[in-house]
Ligand binder design. Structure first.
Ligand SMILES: Nc1ncnc2c1ncn2[C@@H]1O[C@H](COP(=O)(O)OP(=O)(O)OP(=O)(O)O)[C@@H](O)[C@H]1O
Length: 326
């Protein structure tokens, strides 16, 4: 049997009348890269806070790395690493001093701490910058250092909350290269929240949360298939006539969006040659789009991932975590 890194049953959290988490079940296998998506206010931060032992659930159980978050808080904390979107590094300290401070908080013996510092600095590509103060680092380097710091005490589960928010596309790509490398080198489970569709594609499985409930959990491919149809967009010599033919001859419900006749079919690549043969109206351009994770997100939450912007929930989470450590 595959061991569970995260095992959650009937987890609930209410703030007064607000049911932030409404009785969720969740299983994440050891070694999985698991993505947690959902619009603002869906309950992701609250669920993660419970898993990281920052707040208590109102009901239900959660076991992380084999320990109960309610009754074995210290063991859970020893076995998890947490990286928040907002930097909690001390910019006036060097990379190494930031790591040492964290290692001491976790009570790592000196020799082990030295070894682990060498390892994580190498992993995140900052060995030659270890004596530089963090204020000289770029945004991407800071994030890499934070990921390295989250790994210092060799956690079994790493929680990454929006690890690349606010970074440029090139830096985002390089952070994901480090995350991929991390997965190859270390036996670790990664639990990540993101608002970027391309990043969600890196996950083995994704859970989409909406209004306190997990509405679906599956692999990115299976999720895309579940929302089904391909989207076909055509520009023709007579769009209203084309819409009528699509309805009468093909039984398809088409409409004009952004100046193109747009409709959905199960297999666009097979359908397009038929369309050219049988439409009887000149076609200027045609495009076929497979469902994306954004379509999946839209189908399950009624919003696009791009609509979702960060509130201050995660920064509150970062502040609480740091307060908890002192
Ligand atoms: N400390 C709190 N007190 C009262 N209500 C809260 C508190 N924290 C969260 N909530 C409410 O619980 C619900 C879920 O919020 P949560 O921050 O978990 O959502 P989220 O999915 O993480 O959103 P975001 O993407 O914006 O971080 C929201 O309605 C929010 O207003």
């Amino acid at each position: 049997m595959v061991n569970q890194a995260v095992h959650v049953r009937g987890l609930e959290k209410s703030y007064g009348d607000v049911r932030a988490v409404g009785g969720i079940d969740l299983d994440v296998a050891e070694g999985e890269m698991f993505g947690f998506l959902g619009p603002n206010g869906a309950g992701k931060s609250t669920a993660i806070k419970i898993l990281c032992t920052i707040t208590d659930a109102t009901a239900g159980t959660a076991v992380v790395a084999g320990h109960d978050v309610r009754t074995e808080r210290a063991e859970v904390r020893r076995n998890i690493g947490v990286v928040f979107q907002e930097s909690t590094l001390d910019a006036y300290l060097t990379a190494e001093q930031n790591l040492r401070f964290h290692g001491e908080l976790y009570g790592l013996p000196r020799r082990l701490l030295r070894e682990r510092m060498d390892e994580v600095l190498e992993l995140v590509g900052l060995t030659d910058r270890r004596h530089d103060p963090v204020l000289k680092f770029s945004g991407g380097m800071r994030r890499r250092l934070e990921i390295g710091r989250g790994l210092l005490h060799a956690p079994r589960v790493l929680f990454l909350d929006e690890p690349t928010i606010g970074l440029d596309p090139q830096t985002r790509a390089s952070i994901w290269e480090y995350i991929a490398l991390l997965r190859q080198r270390q036996d670790i489970t990664i639990f990540v929240t993101t608002h970027y569709m391309d990043e969600a594609e890196h996950c083995d499985r994704i859970a989409i949360m909406n209004r306190g409930e997990i509405v679906v959990t599956d692999t990115p491919d299976a999720l895309k298939s579940s929302v089904g149809a391909d989207r076909v967009r055509v520009r023709t010599e007579d769009d209203p006539a084309a819409i009528a033919v699509l309805r009468e001859r093909f039984g398809l419900d088409a409409a004009i969006h952004d100046g193109m006749v747009t409709f959905a079919v199960a297999d666009g690549a097979q359908f397009v040659p038929r369309l050219f043969g049988e439409l009887g109206i000149g076609i200027d351009t045609v495009t076929v789009t497979r469902p994306s994770l954004d379509d999946v997100f839209m189908a399950y939450t009624g919003r696009t991932m791009g609509d979702t912007e960060k509130g201050d929930g995660a920064s509150a989470l970062a502040r609480m975590m740091m307060a908890g450590r002192r």
